[in-house]
Design a protein around this ligand. Sequence first.
Ligand code: ARG
Length: 461
Amino acid sequence: MEKQSNAMWGGRFTKQPDELVEAFGASISFDHRLAFYDIAGSKAHIRMLAKQGVVTVSESEAIVKGLDEIRLDILSGNFVWQQSLEDVHMNIEHRLIERIGPVGGKLHTGRSRNDQVALDMHLFARDEIEQVYELVKELQVALGDCAESNFDVIIPGYTHLQRAQPVLFAHHLLAYAWMFQRDRERLEGVRKRADLMPLGAGALAGTTFSIDREWVAKELGFTALYENSMDAVSDRDYIIEALSALSLIIMHLSRLSEEFILWSSTEFSFIELDDAYTTGSSMMPQKKNPDMAELVRGKTGRIYGHLLGLLTTCKGLPLTYNKDMQEDKEGLFDAIDTVKTALRIFSGMISTLIVRKEDVERALRQDYSAATDVADLLVRKGLPFREAHEVVGSMVRYCIETHKPLSELTNEDILTFTSLLNQEELALLTPSALVSARNCRGGTAPDAVIEQLHIFRTQCL
Ligand code: ARG
C-alpha cells in the first residue's frame, strides 16, 4: 500500500492526520474485499441520478465507464490501494476522479459513505450467506450418502459417553443432517434481513435530491428497502445474526469433529479418516492425526468471539453511524471464510471415511446395551419395571465381574437372578434385534431410518 499525502476532506482541515491515526483509522487493508460490491452499488446509484435528471446521461456514462475500468484494474491486480485514502470507498472514488476528471466527483451526489458502506455490506452478506447455505446443503448430501452406503452398520449409541443402546450408524449421521437443516433455515432468515436496501439514507436523514430508491433496489436485486433512513445506516443486526448462524454451524461441526476424533482413535476404532484429511507426526511414525477435525473444533472459539465482539461493539452505540461500526467487517469476513472452508473439508472427510466394521462389531459384543431390552422382557412377563431394572442391574454386575457378555449367561446363572428368563431368550437380543425393535417414528430401526432418509431427501435436498 502506497502513502499519499492529500487530505480527503479538503476544506475543513489544515493539517494531515498523525501517522498512527491514519493507520488506526484505515479499513482499506480489509474492506478492499468489498470493492466489486462498492462498484456495483455506485453504478446503480449514478444511473439512478441520471434517470432522475440529477446528473446528465453523459456524465453518468462517463462514470460507469470509469468504474468498469477500475473494476478491471482491480481484477488484474493493477489497482494500488492507499492507506491514506482510508477505505475502499475513498480509494475507488479518488481513482475515478484521477481517471475521468472532476466529473467523477459527481458520483457521491446524494450519498454518504454511511449508506454506501451499509449497501456494500448488505450485498456482501447476501451473496456469502447464499454460498454458505449451498455448502451446508452439500454437507447434508455427503451425510445422507454416507448414511446410505453404511446402512447395515450398527454402532453403540452413547449417553454420558457411556454405552447406552445400539443404533444404526446411519441414524447417528442423520441426526447431524437435521441439525444442519435447522442451520439452513436460520440462514434463510439472515438472507431475508440482509435483503434490505439502505442506499438513499444519506448520512442519516435522507437526501435533498429527488432520488428513486425503489429503482436502485430493483437494479441491485433487493426485494425490500429500509423504511427509515436512521435505521438503514445504523443497522448491523443482520451481521450479528449471520455471526450467530455461523456460530451454530461451526458448533455442530465441532460436535461432529469430536465424534470423528473419538471414533478414529484406537480405543474406539469405529472409522478411519482418509489420508487426505489427516496428518502424520514428525516424531512418532505410527500416528495418523485427525488435525482437520481438531482445527475445526478449535476454530469454533474464534467464531463465537466474533459474535460476542460485534454484540459488544454495538451495545452502547447511539444512532446513527459511529466509527465503531467499522469493526463489523473483519469478524464477519473471517467467520465466513472459516466456516466455508470447514464445511468443504467436512464434506470431503465424510465422503471418504471408512467404517471399520469388524472393530465396530467387536465393540458391540463387549457391551451391555441389551440391558434395557432384558428389563423390558421381564416387564412383558409381568414384573414391574423398577424390579426388572434391579434384577438386570445385578445380572450386569455379575457379567462385569466374570467378564462375560449377557448373551453368554447359562440358564443356571440366570436362575440365580430370576426364573422369568432363559438362555435362548437372551441369545435373541442381538444388536440387530435391539435396533430393529425400536421401530417407532424417528427411532433407529432400519425401517424407521429408511423412512427418515426418505423424508430427509425429499424435504431437505
Ligand atoms: N470505512 C467506514 C466503515 O467501514 C466507512 C464509513 C465511514 N463513514 C464515516 N462517516 N466515516 O465503517
